[in-house]
Design a protein around this ligand. Structure first.
Ligand SMILES: Cc1cc2nc3c(=O)[nH]c(=O)nc-3n(C[C@H](O)[C@H](O)[C@H](O)COP(=O)(O)OP(=O)(O)OC[C@H]3O[C@@H](n4cnc5c(N)ncnc54)[C@H](O)[C@@H]3O)c2cc1C
Length: 424
């Protein structure tokens, strides 16, 4: 059985950021295991690439602010496009709340401008419809877009340069738990299945079956290594509850499907002065969000009626026709004649307060967790990696106090929640 210093389950953007932060603090023997490091079904591969610090709770604002500062220092490597986030409000009470939170956000170093409908029309000529129904908007110029794939690659390259290992095609199927001291348990062994590559035609089907049925078919398994970690980290994203269950720990997060699509808008349909390709993220009052992506517009809508589950079906034209097109065309005439190009679905991991879970696994001496960052995992990733590395190395948070994000808050009740309303 192989001994490992720090074993991280999950090599998405969060697991990779943790590995990077650990080796940069001089930790040796960091090993990341993942079923599929390419991340065909990983949220880190399937997201919208938006980064903003305009949240309403301090741990989220501060961790996104610091992560964006890291992206600024690596702007070319992560393709940072700092073109801002425009957030439209049709509800006067919500806009009043946004105005009120602005002072708090600015105190944390996040600039937020307030725009009335006339100013929205002047600065965003694309939005030429129904602005009279808008109470106002916020615009945060330092926010914007990144290439999440490049972010994950950067974390991994830095981690590998410091000696971390990434084991691909390694599926965590079980853990053995022992007693560390009276009342405190520890992860003794982690059982992994090494999964063979699927036939090219069925590679995606094989991964999907494993990630939705939560088991490896016997004919797909090559080996069953067992690892003995000093420290163990659950960074399995939307799959973290399955591992928590194996640890005997309550996990409050649920996986929820989110769909996004590429939409084609013909340049000749744009109103004069509307340069869509110079825009950042636009969040409409209807819950629609969109931004330019290469030659297309990437648009998403998170249906509040979506049931929870490990579901990757993409509804294609039906999703575009029912959810995207009417909302796009309601706000901008340029979208009247737009066309669905393609799309996909991925998983949000959603907690009761829509904030992530980060800290030591309750009741465990050597297990940590960082998961369930809903729609915020990319923009929070660098600060999350740093925070977990601080906890492991120093036994406490340093740069930011992320203790309010510990999973135990859900046991303490709603007063301890880190409740994020500004959520899409
Ligand atoms: C449609 C959509 C849009 C989004 N938009 C944004 C956005 O604009 N900005 C933003 O910041 N965030 C956004 N998010 C959220 C963001 O993508 C996630 O919060 C983030 O990617 C989570 O990263 P992770 O590393 O925790 O999880 P993942 O990237 O899902 O990584 C988990 C890894 O665990 C592996 N795995 C699972 N089970 C096992 C097992 N048993 N053994 C071994 N490996 C296993 C998987 O292969 C995967 O690689 C969006 C998400 C979606 C779905």
């Amino acid at each position: 059985m192989e001994r490992v210093g720090v074993l991280i389950a999950g090599g998405g953007i969060i697991g990779s950021a943790i590995a990077c932060a650990l080796v940069e603090r001089g930790v040796n023997d960091v090993c990341v295991v993942d079923l599929d490091l390419a991340g065909m079904y990983a949220s880190s591969e399937l997201n919208a690439g938006g980064v903003r610090a305009t949240w309403w709770c301090e741990p989220n604002v501060a961790s996104c602010r610091d992560t964006i500062a890291f992206f600024e220092a690596h702007a070319d490597e992560v393709s940072l496009r700092q073109r801002g986030y425009l957030w439209l409000y049709d509800d006067a009470a919500k806009f009043a709340r946004a105005r009120e939170r602005r002072a708090f956000q600015e105190r944390l170093g996040v600039r937020v401008d307030l725009l009335d409908p006339a100013e929205i029309a002047r600065r965003f000529p694309l939005l030429d419809r129904n602005l009279d129904q808008i109470a106002g908007a916020t615009f945060s110029p330092r926010d914007g877009l990144v290439n999440p794939n490049a972010v994950r690659r950067l974390y991994r390259e830095r981690a590998c340069a410091g000696g971390a290992r990434f084991l691909n095609r390694h599926y965590v199927e079980g853990v053995e738990v022992g007693e560390a001291e009276p009342g405190r348990r520890r992860v003794e062994r982690v059982h992994v299945v090494e999964v063979q590559k699927g036939a090219p035609a069925d590679e995606s089907g094989l991964l999907r079956r494993i990630l939705t049925q939560h088991r490896v078919e016997p004919e797909a398994s090559l080996d069953h290594p067992s690892l003995r970690p000093e420290i163990f980290v659950n960074a399995l994203g939307a799959w973290s509850p399955l591992l928590s269950a194996r640890l005997g720990v309550r996990d409050w997060a649920v996986p929820v499907r989110r769909q996004i699509a590429m939409v084609d808008v013909r340049a000749r349909d744009l109103p004069p002065g509307a340069d869509l390709h110079g825009a950042g993220m636009i969040v409409d009052a209807s819950g629609l969000y969109f931004h330019p992506e290469g030659p297309y517009t990437l648009a998403g809508f998170s249906s509040p009626a979506e049931p929870s589950g490990y579901e990757f079906r993409y509804d294609g034209e039906a999703f575009f026709e029912a959810e995207l097109w009417p909302r796009l065309a309601h706000r901008a005439s340029a979208f009247e004649r737009c066309r669905h190009v393609r799309g996909w679905s991925g998983l949000y991991s959603v907690t009761p307060d829509c904030s992530g879970v980060l800290g030591q696994v309750p009741g465990f001496a050597n297990a940590f967790e960082a998961h369930s960052f809903t729609g915020r995992g990319v923009m929070q990733s660098w600060a999350v990696g740093r925070g977990i590395a601080e906890l492991i190395c120093d036994g406490r948070f340093g740069a930011l106090d992320l203790a309010p994000l510990a999973g135990e808050r859900f046991l303490a009740g709603p007063d301890a929640f880190v409740k994020e309303d500004l959520h899409i």
